[in-house]
Design a protein. Structure first.
Length: 570
């Protein structure tokens, strides 16, 4: 039993990392840490510095023990003065984009604070996941020696670093690595651990030495930040029950702080986590100005704006012939927009059709459809309903991918694995662009999704108050794939956590399945019962089984019903 309790405690350390606040550390009588350059001649000779004359450098390191090369992007303040010591932040597990550097710069100016940032990126982006597993999970001790003996040793020789104010930051697997460092070597004074990968069993043996010595000094500041999505997996709910037991371990000199960003996605908290972490580790408040800086970092970047190209419908679209045969004029009124998203790291093809007799002095409802590769024919079909005056004039938008993409793999990434990034892309990039260039009634926008898209639609609904920014007033949810999960959680968990945050859902939901979708009937009916039992204030909910249709055919009649329900004239 004692061993079981120990293993549970270790799991909590990885998933929740002790009840977390702050501290300073030392390795000698003056409490000063030192980092020496321990590189071999071969490693020293392998260093390559890409210096473009600005405050940014890309330094390539080679490690003999690991037998691999790494690139460290080092960014110093624009007015860096080497005669003055500065803190250093090392970032593992995620890159920092230019717009996030800008946010950090604005944040630091706000607090009259300067810092040097060193970010790890693999020399071969195609092998980064393999390298992260090796370095952060399988052989963290070797990688830890490389960081302190090679990277930090070199940085301290070339920059004037306050070694007591080195902050090491780790995201996902990088967060796991930081917990290993804390419990085995404790090489740093400050740890910012973001969404750590909960692979706790690998640390049990090493951590046991620390756990058995309850009063053993563990000198460090530890700030743990978790997204709401990462706090709903099966391992997390037991955290509160044994938190007090972990607290009784009472490490001497260890001070910790924990923050949970409720309702936030696993992949969308990075900039906020960096700024909150710096606030926590320095004893500053995260206030309205800091929140404004984070919000600005979500806006379209210069790279994303420059990527935008708009043209007529391309004849090489796989469904071009089908659409033109249905309506020969469709090639003239369907516009094709190409847009890149930095966070996702990919390009999207968006098709836009304005209503007949579009008048730029009027505003129109907007309906946004996922799985755009298969939605092209819906543009002329739904336009016909407008011409026949069965529905209001609306702007139709479908979001898809370039022709040569493996659509099935990519849509799983966007709709299931990283639904938060996809939602953020639509809300922060695409919708603002559409509203800027077309007359959109922002109080009457509809989001639609089928299958994986239906699952994503529900995910978006239960993050509408956070990532979604309450942008959409109507949702069509078609045959949702409720067997899917994101960060270990099925959709019912996200709904439960939304309900804890809010008892309001000010929107209209229309959900359908086909009568021939036998394996969907019970899961969807059970979920609908759960949703109805909540009695959300402001929610108008309708569920319909469409007779005679299966999973592949039910979307067509359903989307026609959707526009008639939300925008019907009769």
């Amino acid at each position: 039993m004692k061993k079981v309790k120990l293993i549970i405690a270790i799991c909590l350390i990885i998933i929740t990392v002790l009840p977390l606040v702050s501290c300073t550390i030392g390795k000698n009588n003056e409490n000063a840490r030192t980092y020496s350059n321990l590189m071999t001649e071969k490693e020293l000779s392998a260093i390559v510095i890409d210096d473009n004359g600005t405050n940014k450098k890309a330094v390539t390191f080679f490690d003999e023990e690991i037998n691999d090369s790494y690139i460290i992007d080092i960014t110093a303040p624009a007015d860096y003065d080497k005669s003055k010591t500065l803190p250093l932040m090392i970032v593992l597990g995620s890159k920092i984009r230019d717009i996030e550097y800008q946010a950090l710069h604005e944040f630091m100016s706000l607090h009259d604070y300067n810092i040097i940032v060193a970010t790890l990126r693999n020399s071969d982006e195609n092998t980064i996941n393999k390298s992260e597993s090796r370095d952060f999970i399988d052989k963290p001790s070797d990688f830890g020696d490389f960081l302190t003996g090679n990277v930090l040793g070199w940085i301290c020789e070339n920059y004037n670093i306050n070694t007591n104010k080195v902050i090491i930051t780790g995201y996902d697997k990088g967060g796991y690595f930081l917990v290993h460092e804390l419990l085995t070597k404790n090489s740093y004074s400050n740890y910012l651990i973001v969404n750590p990968d909960p692979l706790s069993n690998k640390l049990t043996e090493k951590a046991q030495e620390h756990l058995q010595a309850e009063k053993k000094p563990l000198l460090a500041k530890v700030c743990f930040i978790n997204s709401g999505d990462n706090c709903t997996n099966q391992g997390y709910p037991i955290a509160d029950k044994i938190m007090e037991e972990i607290a009784t371990l009472d490490y001497k000199d260890l001070q910790t702080q924990k923050s949970v960003l409720d309702g936030q996605g696993y992949n969308t908290i990075w900039c906020e986590a960096l700024i909150r972490g710096l606030c926590n580790l320095n004893g500053w408040e995260f206030g309205n100005k800091e929140a404004e800086i984070v919000e600005k970092s979500k806006q379209m970047t210069a790279l994303e704006k420059d990527s935008i190209k708009i043209s007529e419908l391309s004849s090489d679209h796989m469904y071009y012939t089908e659409v033109v045969e249905f309506d020969p004029n469709s090639a003239q009124y369907i516009q094709e927009l190409t847009i890149y998203d930095e966070e996702i790291g990919d390009t999207f093809k968006v098709h836009i059709s304005l209503p007949p007799d579009y008048d730029a002095t009027k505003s129109y409802p907007l309906m946004l459809m996922t799985d755009g590769i298969w939605r092209l024919s819906d543009h002329p079909e739904l336009r016909k309903l407008m011409i026949n005056e069965e529905i209001e004039d609306i702007i139709l938008v479908s979001v898809g991918y370039p022709n040569d993409y493996d659509v099935h793999t990519i849509r799983e990434r966007d709709l299931v694995t990283q639904p938060d990034l996809y939602l953020q892309f639509l809300v922060e990039n695409l919708v603002p662009y559409l509203c800027e260039h077309y007359k959109v009634n922002t109080q009457n926008m509809t989001l639609t999704g089928h299958s994986y898209g239906g699952y994503w639609g529900l995910y978006s609904l239960f993050h509408s108050d956070t990532i979604g920014g309450n942008k959409f007033s109507n949702y069509y949810i078609g045959s949702p794939s409720l067997q899917c999960y994101t960060v270990g959680n099925k959709i019912g968990v996200f709904e439960e956590h939304y309900y804890k945050r809010s008892k309001k859902l000010n929107c209209n939901i229309y959900m359908t399945i086909g009568s021939l979708e036998n394996r969907f009937k019970d899961p969807v009916a059970n979920f609908m019962n759960q949703l109805e039992s909540r009695k959300y204030e402001g929610l108008d909910l309708e569920y319909e089984i469409i007779e005679g249709y299966d999973h592949n055919t039910v979307f067509k009649p359903s989307i026609a019903n959707t526009v008639k329900r939300f925008y019907g004239t009769k």
